[in-house]
Design a protein around this ligand. Structure first.
Ligand SMILES: [Zn+2]
Length: 212
């Protein structure tokens, strides 16, 4: 009886009782209703998803703005000025190396802003603030690193000045070694590294510092 009813609903009268579809694709009214409901739900869900995304992005923009407003006026001005200075500096360095930056100033600001905080240094988890942050190349350009966004890290002033030509793996190893030393010795060693930062290294063809 059920199969008779189903057949009755499935058969199209306008083509002489023959269905244009194979049996597996026959649609009963119930299936049609279910499919229609599913389609409507998909559309509704899609619209709801879109609305949720829009609301979330608006909330995120508001949160960012609020976080930025938590910096006082002087910090905001310093942040804007230092990010601009860093961007121009990196741009010049990239041009000198025959490269271009693959990100605009706004991306740099966004990245730096999200890495400000008491424990945000990429290497030592020290404080990073608008007045002292530095931009570091994880793999120094002098050793084949690029000026691309993915090679960039926001670091504290001490790390920015001490890392020099070490790559990020080597510098992390150095930091873990330094942590096992007495604080006084550690400070002395870091001061020596920072002092030597501006001394250019002239490597011989065999990789040794000239004069060795
Ligand atoms: Zn650091």
């Amino acid at each position: 009886m059920t199969s008779t009813i189903r057949r009755k609903h499935c058969v199209r009268k306008d083509i002489g009782g023959r269905s244009p579809l194979p049996n597996s694709r026959l649609l009963t009214p119930a299936k049609k209703i279910l499919q229609a409901r599913a389609r409507i739900n998909r559309q509704r869900f899609g619209i709801r998803c879109l609305l949720v995304l829009i609301v979330k992005s608006q909330e995120s923009a508001i949160r960012k703005k609020e976080a930025f407003m938590r910096l006082n006026e002087r910090q905001q001005a310093v942040f804007m000025q230092r990010t601009d200075t860093w961007y121009q500096r990196l741009k010049r360095r990239a041009q000198a190396a025959g490269q271009t930056l693959d990100y605009p100033l706004a991306d740099l600001r966004h990245y730096v802003f999200h890495n400000l905080g008491r424990h945000h240094c990429h290497y030592c988890c020290g404080p990073v603030d608008p007045g002292t942050f530095e931009i570091d190349a994880k793999i120094p350009p002098e050793r084949g690193g690029s000026f691309n966004f993915h090679n960039m890290a926001v670091v504290c002033k001490d790390c920015g000045q001490a890392k020099g030509w070490l790559d990020h793996f080597e510098y992390r190893e150095l930091i873990s070694l330094l942590r096992s030393w007495a604080p006084r010795i550690r400070r002395n060693f870091i001061a020596r590294l920072q002092a030597g930062r501006n001394i250019p290294l002239h490597l011989n063809h065999d990789g040794r510092v000239s004069g060795e």
